[in-house]
Design a protein around this ligand. Structure first.
Ligand SMILES: Nc1nc2c(ncn2[C@@H]2O[C@H](COP(=O)(O)OP(=O)(O)OP(=O)(O)O)[C@@H](O)[C@H]2O)c(=O)[nH]1
Length: 354
């Protein structure tokens, strides 16, 4: 229930951001539109009622819609309805302007552009019919006439809308594209990380191991793989519960991170097993690193509910002539880990030399 409430609050927040985005564009679009339509209405000699309606739509309506939307539990619904109303009213002014070609085409294009931007072709099709009906009603309301030619003052009055509105819509669209790119990047990063420990997850770690295997082969440099497994971890879970088990997993991950360099690649291989690639490090030096990790895990208090210190076993393997592919490297480190387990645990073992 709490989750549902949280997600609906998030959704409302997202909808309010949409309202804020549309608000700025609507103030600009309808404000500049009022100038173009006003010039055309003046040229066709529109009635006072038409003038009042047009000014209310151009100057008051954007603020009224935003006010209503912010107070509504469904701000986006209010926003979409008012976009349809914008189209109908836009059509109405086209009729009132006696279908004067330039301001009419400009109005229809700008209104279509933002419908496309927020709701695609389907939404545009829905609003187009509202616009058409509005145009017929506007024509009837202001004495139906077709007067295509626009005098120079009308042409000049169209310029602010013609220039500023597309620039504003493009700027808003570009900001959205950047946001989506940023979020995609964050998602890609998150999909590489193990949520419990913060280390790379298995899939991402294996990709890095394969890269390192190729790199070490190409540059003929050392690279050593450590496979690390918590001793009797099942007992920890059974005796102290899974939450304590999770704490132990996190503390082992922290010990690994503390003991290796940023260029080394640490990951959670699965369950209670971890892997680390030590780049440019020979097996002898890697054994010192392994010992440092082992000693830190043994020394650190993982959880007060654990009677004894938690320990780990480590198997280490350097890339050698026997490692024809990355799988051989993993198997060699795993075999060394198995030996550490069978030789009593809480120890590090190097893979047997070729
Ligand atoms: N708390 C917790 N436990 C997990 C998680 N993933 C796997 N496990 C447990 O980790 C335990 C792994 O135990 P085993 O691999 O069987 O071996 P072990 O008890 O560590 O014994 P040795 O490795 O032989 O020393 C299992 O009991 C799993 O349920 C996790 O994310 N959280």
């Amino acid at each position: 229930m709490a989750v549902a409430t949280h997600s609906s609050a998030d959704e409302r927040h997202e909808q309010l951001r949409f309202v804020a985005r549309v608000y700025g564009l609507r103030v600009l679009g309808l404000g500049a539109g009022a100038l173009a339509v006003g010039a055309a209405l003046h040229s066709v000699g529109a009635s006072v009622v038409v003038w009042v309606g047009m000014l209310l739509h151009g100057l008051v309506w954007p603020h009224a819609v935003a006010w209503l939307a912010r107070r509504s539990p469904q701000p986006q619904t209010i926003e979409f309805r008012s976009l349809i109303a914008d189209s109908a009213l836009g059509g109405f002014w086209v009729g009132c302007m006696h279908f004067m070609l330039l301001p009419s085409a400009l109005l229809v294009t700008m209104l279509s552009m933002d419908k496309l931007a927020v709701g695609g072709w389907r939404f545009l099709a829905r609003t187009a019919s509202a616009q058409l009906i509005g145009a017929l009603l506007g024509g009837l309301f202001n004495g139906f006439r077709v007067d295509l030619a626009a005098p120079l003052p009308v042409i000049v009055a169209c310029l602010p809308l013609l220039v500023c509105y597309p620039l504003a819509v493009s700027t808003a669209t570009y900001a959205l594209v950047r946001k989506v790119r940023r979020q995609n990047h964050q998602l890609a990063q998150l999909s590489r990380v193990d949520a419990l420990t913060g280390l790379l997850n298995r899939a991402a770690w294996e990709v890095e191991v394969a890269h390192e295997f190729i790199r070490a082969g190409r540059t003929a440099t050392h690279a050593t793989l450590l496979m690390i497994d918590i001793d009797h971890f099942k007992d920890v879970n059974d005796r102290c519960g899974h939450l304590t088990g999770d704490k132990v997993l996190r503390s082992v991950a922290a010990a690994i991170t503390d003991s290796v360099r940023v260029v080394d690649v640490a990951g959670r291989y699965g369950g209670d097993e971890f892997g680390v690639v030590l780049t440019g490090v020979s097996i002898d030096d890697a054994m010192l690193v392994a010992e440092r990790i082992r000693a830190q895990v043994e020394a650190q208090p993982s959880d007060p509910t654990l009677a004894e210190a938690c320990t780990i076993s480590i198997g280490a393997a350097e890339i050698d002539a026997d490692c024809r592919e990355v799988r051989d490297w993993l198997i060699a480190a795993d075999a060394a880990l198995y030996r550490a387990k069978t030789r009593g645990r809480n120890r590090s073992e190097a893979a047997a030399a070729a």
